[in-house]
Design a protein around this ligand. Structure first.
Ligand code: SAH
Length: 479
């Protein structure tokens, strides 16, 4: 048994290890060399790299030849040696040591007082990795993994913390509350906003939290308006997955499948706030937009981290804009995470390039609601379909309006032979695709509007004929 002190068993393990011998091969330190002399002996890339590193840390770098005299080393904080030969390195190392300067010799650990770690420098947040000289390759593999794990804007987060340091330490005397504040600052709503690029928003939130802690109130939470993509969980963004793992509550659309909700933190509260086309007519109650927004505001005010999870992208036919407005009007923090919108997901899944060098020079995302005559856009869309260079229409919420869509386009002069594709449940295991001609659109859509049909996207334009999942493409090979 290792020694057990008053602090209890948590420390026993560490004490045992220390008692058992050396824990680390080198003492890991970050050394302030601002304005101090650092000597670099020798030429070549290794010497240059060391000189650059020392300079970037604010040192006065003095480059000297391999036969430099002892006077050149006096008063230096460190010496880096890389002469290219063992004799040169050994001689220079002796002179530097005689001057009382700690030495690093490139690739000769036996001659080193200190070694250089592999480093990850993400905008001022630095991770140093050492294997005690055992394997530089292992260190560099680890560096790669850490690079990948660190958020891109972690440096901005460190700067935010720095600007609050003096203030928070002065205003929150109680250590436990202070720790709580710091923890929340670097891993809560303010951190999320910085990492998403909203530094001003983050500062506002942090100030609010500082104030709340001071007045012993609980701080407000944050809302993330997150795009869940078209349904395949692998098409979630990395940020969406991180937020699903952080959320206290997830307010999700009806269209978001279970496979995606399964990525949520185990004890996150899942709240379906959906409504679907046709529900109202069939007497099924769904959430009114205003009630859902009120629920969002209520939860964020109560301090929750809320993910508002929406199918596809929140800002493409998703009413995400209104939710952002409601939160901003209430003075609450909000971040927006884009998602793969249905048009992109469906197109990729069935192999339809939405633009194509020969077949379509532009694409329009349009809602099928309104095709029954209320919207004036259809003649304009038909005109674009007929333009030279070609055009693609990606029609959301259009399957139930298929007959109107067909009529409006045909009336406006679109060729009845124009290829169309309907993708139901795009990117999901139960994806179904129908490909045909505009004249047949209503008939094709009928199989995608039965009672238990999933969401469907209609693609109109020459590119629709390329749908791979339809078996035989309508068009011959295109190059
Ligand atoms: N914000 C969503 C769109 C919401 S509107 C987005 O960016 O994708 C709902 C419409 O999206 C549906 O009527 C359907 O046209 C389309 N849709 C959403 N998911 C789909 C999927 N997996 N396959 C086909 N269409 C889908």
């Amino acid at each position: 048994m290792g020694p057990v002190d008053l602090a209890g068993r948590r420390h026993a393990g560490l004490q045992r290890r220390v008692a058992g011998g050396r824990v680390v091969r080198h003492l890991p330190l970050f050394f302030d060399v601002t304005g101090r002399k650092v000597v670099v002996v020798g030429k070549g890339p290794a010497a240059d790299r060391r000189a650059d590193l020392a300079r970037s840390a604010g040192a006065e770098v003095s480059r000297v030849a391999a036969d430099a005299a002892i006077a050149e080393f006096r008063g230096a904080a460190a010496a880096f040696i890389s002469t290219g030969t063992l004799e040169g390195d050994t001689a220079a190392q002796r002179v530097a040591k005689a001057a009382g300067v700690p030495v690093n010799v490139a690739d000769r650990p036996a001659l080193c007082d200190f070694i250089l770690p592999a480093i990850v420098d993400r905008d001022g947040v630095v991770v140093a990795i050492s294997t005690g000289g055992a394997s530089p390759t292992l260190a560099s593999v680890l560096r790669g993994r850490i690079e990948a794990a660190l958020p891109e804007r972690i440096g901005a987060l460190a700067r935010l913390a720095r600007t609050f340091r003096a203030q928070a330490n002065a205003l929150i005397p109680d250590p436990a509350r202070r720790r709580g504040f710091w923890r929340r600052l670097v891993d809560g709503p303010a951190a999320r906003l910085v990492l998403a690029g909203d530094e001003a928003g983050a500062r506002r939130v942090a100030l609010g939290e500082l104030d709340a802690v001071r007045r012993r109130m609980s701080p407000v939470g944050i809302a993330h308006i997150v795009g869940a993509g078209p349904g395949d969980p692998d098409l979630l963004t990395i940020r969406a997955v991180q937020l699903l793992q952080e959320a206290d509550a997830i307010l999700h659309d009806e269209l978001v499948p279970a496979a995606i909700l399964g990525r949520a933190r185990r004890d996150a509260e899942l709240v379906p706030v959906g409504k679907r086309a046709g529900w109202k007519e069939r007497g099924i109650p769904g959430w009114a937009q205003a009630d859902m927004e009120a629920e969002l505001v209520r939860r964020v005010r109560a301090g929750q981290t809320v993910v508002r999870l929406k199918a596809g992208d929140p800002f493409i036919f998703g009413r995400g804009g209104e939710e952002v407005e409601a939160l901003r009007a209430a003075g609450l923090p909000v971040s927006i995470v884009p998602g793969v919108t249905a048009a992109l997901g469906c197109a990729a899944s069935v192999g339809i390039p939405l633009t194509h060098r020969r077949l379509a020079s532009a694409v329009t995302f349009v809602s099928g609601h309104g095709a029954d005559g209320r919207e004036a856009t259809w003649p304009a869309l038909a005109a674009r379909l007929g333009e030279k260079g070609g055009h693609t229409l990606a029609i959301y919420m259009g399957a139930t309006e298929a007959a109107s869509v067909r009529d409006r386009l045909l009336d406006a002069g679109t060729a009845p032979t124009t290829p169309v594709a309907i993708v139901e449940n795009g990117t999901r295991p139960d994806e179904r695709v129908s490909v045909g001609r505009l004249a047949d659109l209503a008939r094709l859509a009928a199989t995608h509007t039965r009672g238990d049909a999933g969401p469907s996207l209609i693609i109109v334009g020459e590119v629709a004929g390329l749908a791979a999942a339809a078996g035989q493409p309508l068009l011959a090979e295109v190059s």
